[in-house]
Design a protein around this ligand. Structure first.
Ligand code: ADP
Ligand code: MG
Length: 595
């Protein structure tokens, strides 16, 4: 839209048809409106600057068509838009914004400056609006395009301001919105600045995959396969990760209608269903899905901020998405196994710990194969202490003596069996290890120094801007858990050390999983940290199906009985089942009833 139409006030009939509602909830929703305006204006470069999570300052500068001087004030008026004129236009809805109320709404709750210059004008012009009062335009020197500066959002509305999260919380949401748009427009230049410091600069990229590499990481982008489908007027294209790369939540599923970000439950469901065979429960693919539908097949006016839309044939869209994903993953399905086994080598990811990998492949031959520096032996006291408790459990006098004799058996690579006085215990190896790791991590967070395995060769982990921000906020948390991490460029971490006992690296998945929990919407910081901790322990723990050597079982059981609560795992599941000799004898009818 570089040849622009004049701004007009909408007829009230049209106004009423537009779903009313609050557009401005928080800095992220302001950013969404500003980005959409800049895209509608045909911008090729979008520079965002913000301060204090976007609450104190949010400024978007574009090189789009601009707004002529005489229309500047109009742009800040309610229901003034250059984008539609009639109801028929509303039906067509080709541009991203059309309600003609975003700028007015933003100006009513902030100090807003609009500076712009159109092609052919001899200067730029700026106006300021505060709480709806608009000043006369003044000349400013600038190139073609528009800069909208929003300061002190809800500055004189303490009640609204109270609903905002912390600055860092708002910043995260802001970055998520920014990332969502940057992913959809790889051909445009995006710049991101916080308080004058450049956080990220995205040069125009050849395609969505290249942009995804910059924002979601090389590994994710490299494992994405294209997908495509069309039916009855709906068309879909996109990228989805092979099952090898997955996430702990849906935060990396990006859905667009006409390149406008939307959310849709049916589509999320279709994605989950299509991936159900290839991903374990609780794992989600990363994907970019671009839907196209002619105006008659979708209603975009059901949500005030246009986050949700209504498809005329929702089931068809569900089917289209599911089939496209299945076809894309299926074509590569034969490769899947191959990738799963060659991945560690390919990515140079270390196998952690001395036993077999999760895939249940041949047991890792030797610790020497790991690019890990030798690790300090576990403090003897802790181990002996743990053992003594097991000794007590078994009613033995001497721990050491028993340590020699006690035998451990593994059942179906999942349960550990051992004898106690008066019976038998069955231990779930995964739950047990989870408990050990969880207690250790809690102790580390409480100040007990965590054991660190230094990596001989640091690993890099690429993160998106929101994740990077979350990491920066939680550097202490990671350090306390035993990670040695340094920032390495704007979106890369260099991992120099990992917590002692961490067994799975998976290209840095563990770090992303922790960040996913921290970035989650629900709960306070402490709660999200605890969930991150549980998820960290669950992911790093020995899995069901992993063969263990007898010494490893011994060590695990020792450590388990050194924890405060060896009977339930952090998720609340039982760890140990005890079967008494009495019970066994009864079942084998060794005791005659009444005997
Ligand atoms: P809408 O986008 O729904 O029309 P807005 O309140 O967001 O309503 O914007 C009002 C008008 O201001 C737009 O119709 C457009 O003409 C103009 N405008 C806003 N931002 C820009 C921009 N970045 N570049 C050019 N014109 C803009
Ligand atoms: Mg708009």
């Amino acid at each position: 839209m570089s040849s622009r139409a004049a701004i007009r006030v909408l007829p009230s009939e049209t106004v009423n048809r537009i779903a009313a509602g609050e557009v401005v909830e928080r800095p992220a929703s302001v950013l969404k409106e500003l980005l959409e305006n800049a895209l509608d204006a045909g911008a090729t470069s979008l520079e965002l600057e913000f301060a204090a999570g976007g609450i104190a300052l949010l400024r978007l500068a574009d090189d789009g068509s601009g707004i002529p001087r005489e229309e500047l004030a109009l742009a800040l008026e309610r229901h003034a838009t250059s984008k539609i004129r009639t109801l028929a236009d509303l039906e067509r809805d080709e541009t991203l914004g059309f309600r003609g109320e975003a700028l007015a709404a933003i100006a009513s709750v902030s100090l807003l400056e609009l500076a712009s210059r159109v092609e052919g004008a001899d200067s730029g012009w700026a106006i300021t609006g505060r709480a709806g009062q608009i000043e006369a335009p003044r000349p400013v020197a600038r190139a073609r395009g528009t800069t909208v500066t929003v300061r002190e959002l809800f500055g004189d509305l303490p009640a609204r301001r109270k609903f905002l999260r912390s600055e860092s919380g708002e910043k995260r949401r802001l970055l998520e919105v920014w990332q969502t748009y940057a992913l959809a427009y790889p051909e445009l230049r995006f710049l991101l600045r916080e308080e004058g410091r450049e956080l990220m600069q995205l040069a125009p990229a050849p395609d969505a995959r290249a942009r995804a590499a910059a924002l979601l990481g090389e590994t994710t982008a490299r494992h994405m396969v294209p997908l495509q489908a069309a039916a009855s007027g709906y068309a879909l294209r996109g990228l989805i990760t092979l099952p090898l790369v997955s996430r702990g939540n849906r935060s990396h599923q990006f859905l667009y209608l006409r390149r406008r970000p939307i959310e849709d439950r049916q589509v999320s469901h279709a994605i989950a269903q299509a991936c159900a065979e290839s991903l374990p429960p609780g794992r989600f693919p990363a994907c970019l899905l671009f839907l196209e539908a002619p105006p008659g097949l979708v209603d975009v006016n059901v949500h005030p901020a246009k986050r949700e839309v209504r498809f005329k044939d929702g089931r068809l869209v569900h089917h289209l998405v599911g089939e496209a994903i299945r076809a894309a993953l299926g074509e590569r399905g034969g490769l899947r196994r191959l990738l799963q086994t060659s991945e560690d080598a390919q990515l140079g990811a270390p196998r952690l710990g001395g036993v077999a990998s999760a895939a249940g492949a041949a047991p890792a031959p030797a610790q020497a194969a790991l690019p890990l520096a030798p690790r300090a032996p576990a403090p003897a006291a802790a181990s002996a202490g743990g053992f003594l408790r097991l000794g007590e459990l078994a009613g033995r006098r001497s721990g050491e003596a028993e340590r020699e004799e006690r035998r451990f058996w593994q059942l179906h690579d999942t349960f550990i069996l051992t004898q106690i006085r008066g019976g038998l215990v069955i231990i779930d190896q995964h739950n047990a290890h989870e408990r050990v790791l969880y207690d250790r991590a809690r102790a580390a967070l409480a100040g007990e120094p965590a054991g660190v395995q230094r990596l001989l060769f640091p690993h890099t982990v690429e993160l998106g801007p929101a994740e990077m921000a979350a990491w920066q906020e939680q550097t202490d948390f990671f350090a306390e858990l035993g990670f040695l991490i340094e920032a390495f460029g704007a979106n890369t971490l260099s991992v120099l050390g990992i917590p002692d006992g961490l067994r799975r690296w998976d290209g840095g998945q563990v770090i992303r999983d922790i960040l996913d929990e921290i970035l989650a919407e629900s709960g306070g910081v402490a709660e999200r940290r605890d969930r991150a901790l549980i998820s960290f322990c669950c992911k790093s723990a020995i899995k069901a199906g992993e063969p263990l050597r007898e010494e490893e079982m011994r060590e695990l059981v020792d450590q388990l009985f050194g924890t405060a609560n060896p009977y339930t795992c952090p998720h609340g599941r039982p760890i140990v089942i005890r079967i008494s000799m009495d019970e066994l004898e009864k079942r084998f009818h060794r005791r005659v009833p009444g005997d």
